[in-house]
Design a protein around this ligand. Structure first.
Ligand code: PLP
Ligand code: PMP
Length: 429
């Protein structure tokens, strides 16, 4: 039994071993935990948790349950752990990914080792490391702007190319048009400037609220095959899709192993615990893990144990039940925001009701750029929104949009905010 366990641990850490054992002390301390009691280890570089001031933790859940960390669990929670994530959380997540997305075979099934996952400190860490791995200064990178300002903030020195999009996200014909300046048979030639990476937020996009249809994803995937591109599927609002069945993901269509997917627990379990996941071809996930080793070492062990215990106690069914409750909340909020928009903004603005996420993207009629209006006049009227410019590739380009979030305010507050926005727009016209 011990030998089998040891092999599992050893396999997990092989890459770090090969790379000069940057966190060998983690490997060794895990190995020690699984060793017979007679083993004396002087090898680890981990500190002694008996010197730490924390002893026990008991976390009360809203459903009345309690998560308890006894002294043994607490010592583990306070200690270094493996860079790809604690094994029991990874196993749980791999099962979930398989059930939700069932990535096609063609050498890409988790059981034959071609696909892999790692835990990240929020999906933002995964995204940043994926970009740093794939993109060199000067590279052409495709994305559908307006897009998440956190992605635009990644300091890559690359050339971002905008692919046209509408309320259903990236438009395949628009992508085809952008790509037509390159010859698919020449993308592998040295010096080719053809983009190798396409980034998209497929559901409840930030800031647009747009969700891609399955048909569009298929067409975009086909173009990615034709031009041999990787697709970064940044999907933090996947679990906030209001209507079932949820749209098939790029991951679920990935016959080639060209999808790198980032998942986030921020909108469903906690944003402050900082936990997310990267799923993709094993060689690429391995590189991300090496980068984690060299930077944060790993996502907080305490956070991972807390989430892992919760997920194991819930099971997949309990997890999905929890998600249903979250969806219900955001759907009601979305409906409240849409009816307030109908009440106050009909004459002065345009929008599409989002089918996922937590944002309404509003185009103000007759206002060329919302920056001044929002950053100055709206503040005076005590209503806060985000001017659309911050989500554009070139943030100084004029943008007639604003982003409104329906996550935090009550329906009454949303209604009052839109009343104020409406009078503000009328004054500005
Ligand atoms: N990607 C998108 C599109 C987001 O909107 C956000 C958060 O707002 C993130 C990534 C970052 O999420 P996390 O909290 O998992 O790092
Ligand atoms: N620098 C040195 C010299 C170290 O030995 C270690 C950890 N062993 C670190 C940095 C990383 O420390 P931290 O756990 O705070 O990231």
């Amino acid at each position: 039994f011990w030998i089998v366990d040891w092999k599992e641990t050893h396999t997990l850490k092989t890459s770090s071993w090969a790379l000069g054992d940057r966190n060998g002390h983690i490997y060794l301390s895990e190995l020690q935990q699984r060793s017979p009691p007679s083993m004396i280890s002087l090898a680890g570089g981990a500190p002694n948790p008996n010197t730490f001031p924390f002893q026990l933790a008991s976390i009360k859940m809203k459903n009345g349950q309690t998560l308890t960390f006894d002294e043994t669990v607490m010592k583990r929670a306070l200690q270094y752990s493996a860079s790809n994530g604690i094994p029991e959380l990874l196993t749980w997540m791999k099962n979930l990914q398989k059930n939700l997305h069932n990535p096609p075979t063609a050498g890409y099934a988790p059981e034959n080792g071609q696909m892999d996952m790692c835990v990240t400190t929020g999906s933002q860490e995964g995204l940043c490391k994926v970009f740093e791995m794939l993109v060199n200064p000067g590279d052409n990178v495709l994305l559908d702007a307006p897009t998440y300002s956190g992605t635009l903030a990644t300091p890559l020195g690359c050339n971002l190319i905008n692919v046209p999009s509408d309320q259903h996200g990236m438009i395949p014909a628009g992508l085809k048009e952008v790509l037509s300046q390159w010859d698919p048979s020449e993308v592998h030639k040295p010096g080719s400037t053809a983009p190798r990476v396409l980034y998209t937020i497929p559901n409840g996009g930030n800031p647009t609220g747009a969700s891609m249809t399955s048909q569009r994803k298929q067409e975009v995937y086909e173009l990615a095959r034709q031009y041999d591109m990787l697709i970064i599927e940044d999907d933090p609002y996947y679990f906030l899709q209001f209507d079932k069945p949820w749209a098939p993901t790029f991951l679920s269509m990935d016959v080639d192993g060209r999808i790198i997917r980032t998942d986030s627990f921020s909108k469903i379990l906690s944003s402050g615990l900082r936990i997310g996941f990267v799923t993709g071809p094993k060689p690429l996930v391995d590189r991300v893990v090496l980068h984690i080793q060299a930077s944060t070492m790993h996502t907080s062990t305490f956070t991972q144990l807390m989430v892992s215990q919760l997920l194991h106690s819930w099971g997949q069914e309990g997890f999905l039940q929890h998600i249903d409750g979250v969806i219900e909340f955001y759907r009601t909020q979305r409906d409240a925001m849409i009816s307030s928009a109908d009440r106050w903004l009909k004459d002065v603005a345009e929008w599409h009701a989002p089918s996922a996420g937590m944002f309404l993207w509003i185009k103000l009629k007759g206002i060329a750029d919302t920056q001044q209006l929002i950053m100055k006049k709206a503040l005076e009227k005590e209503v806060l929104l985000v001017p659309g410019g911050v989500f554009m590739i070139n943030s100084s380009d004029p943008c007639p949009y604003v982003r409104a979030a329906f996550s935090l305010s009550t329906p009454e507050q949303i209604d009052e905010a839109f009343r104020r926005l409406s009078s503000l727009i009328k004054e500005a016209l």
